[in-house]
Design a protein around this ligand. Structure first.
Ligand code: FEO
Length: 396
């Protein structure tokens, strides 16, 4: 297996995982992923930036062997999660002079998670740099992209940013660089929604700090490299900073058709009022698509039937997920049906404390919806359209 040269003395030595379909046994990977690792040769020191998922150890080692790497001085661990750090112990064994460079928090995690010996680790402070001879690495502490220990690494002379998870995408491709921005936008948005969105406020600060750096290439640890950095930086600014759009995200489940009748009617009522809708059947949904929809939506409405007095478990899952992802959603409501008694509404509301939303009057009905219930759905749709207009978002 061959290393791929990015610039003179700078190589991609990562692994493409074409066949992986789940991350954390939870997150769908419809397009696979990659674990990007980079080797930089300075005139005096050689450094490896991040490693790969442990199942891909042989790939990383083969690429290093292809380059004839006899010594590595530093292994930069931008992030302790095992898809990037998992092969550090093997690299340290193969290159006995190598030292791990990481943040103080990362040091503890590497010792806990991988049993990396303390005497092989050097910690670096925010904005500290190390010289490779003719090249310089600067370390930018950037907590919560995606764990608290994370940092970004900046190669000053070539103006390359190695941000690990940040700006990444789960996308297996033979292209080293972004070639199809539309496709990468979708993959990067999915990645942002699933991994980064809960840390929006931290990312906002990091984006501000990155304005101080000239960046000619963004080399993340998942997905293709960005040789037009403004593309991904601009996308992140939109997702993180801009107000939500005139969109209702409507995840729902229906057991016997009553909630489904309400959903069908409600979607039409929203469309008539100029509100865009993204509807997801929770029985079959790709949760990545649901997460992506939450990136931009001003309103979340959960369609929930009652089972065993509480919310159907799939609706509870959607509420749990939205609460965990902390989107910039401003409004929320609940619609659904029950047979003889229900606490579905109260329990769903109790599950979304992280969402800083205004709760709009839910519509919960007994059995099949009646005429008055459809009028209540009309009223909810009108309220949403008005709220969206007040956000400055055009409705038809
Ligand atoms: Fe790609 Fe947070 O690891």
């Amino acid at each position: 297996m061959r290393a791929r040269e990015i610039k003179r003395g700078i190589y991609w030595v990562g692994a493409v995982d074409w066949d992986r379909r789940l991350f954390d046994e939870l997150i769908p990977l419809p397009d696979g992923t990659s674990y990007n690792s980079y080797l930089i040769k300075g005139s005096e020191k050689t450094v490896l930036i991040d490693t790969v998922e442990p199942t891909m150890e042989h790939v990383l080692m083969a690429r290093l062997d292809d380059l004839g790497v006899k010594a590595i001085d530093y292994v930069v661990a931008n992030h302790a999660e095992q898809d990037h750090s998992g092969v550090i112990p093997a690299v340290l064994a193969k290159y006995p002079e190598a030292r791990v460079i990481c943040t103080p928090k990362c040091k503890g995690l590497l010792m806990d998670l991988l049993r990396v010996p303390e005497d092989r680790i050097t910690t670096v402070g925010d904005k500290e740099s190390i010289s490779l001879g003719d090249r310089t690495l600067e370390f930018i502490h950037a907590a919560w992209v995606h764990w608290p220990e994370t940092m970004l690494t900046y190669l000053r002379e070539e103006k390359i940013l190695f941000p690990c998870d940040l700006f990444g995408s789960h996308l297996a491709t033979s292209a080293l660089y972004v070639t199809d921005e539309g496709r990468v936008f979708e993959a990067a948005k999915r990645y942002y929604a699933e991994i980064m969105m809960p840390f929006r406020t931290s990312i906002e600060k990091h984006l501000e700090r990155l304005k101080d750096y000239q960046i000619e290439l963004v080399a993340p640890s998942h997905g293709p490299l960005h040789n037009r950095p403004e593309f991904i930086l601009e996308a992140y600014r939109k997702w993180v900073l801009e107000p939500p759009e005139n969109i209702v995200v409507l995840p729902y489940v229906s057991m016997h058709g009553s909630t489904r009748q309400m959903v069908d009617y409600f979607v039409e009522a929203l469309i008539e009022r100029g509100v865009m809708v993204k509807q997801f059947d929770l029985a079959t949904v790709d949760i990545g698509k649901l997460a992506m929809a939450l990136v931009d939506a001003a309103t979340l409405v959960v369609g929930v039937p009652t089972t065993l007095v509480g919310p159907h478990p799939l609706a509870a899952y959607a509420a749990f997920l939205a609460n965990a992802l902390r989107p910039k959603t401003r409004f929320a409501s609940i619609i659904g049906s029950y047979g003889w008694g229900s606490q579905a509404k109260e329990r769903i509301i109790g599950m979304i404390p992280n969402l800083k939303v205004e709760l709009l009057e839910p519509v919960i009905v007994k059995g099949l919806p009646k005429e008055e219930d459809f009028r209540a759905l009309d009223a909810l749709a009108s309220t949403i359209a008005e709220k969206h207009r007040n956000l400055g978002k055009a409705t038809a």
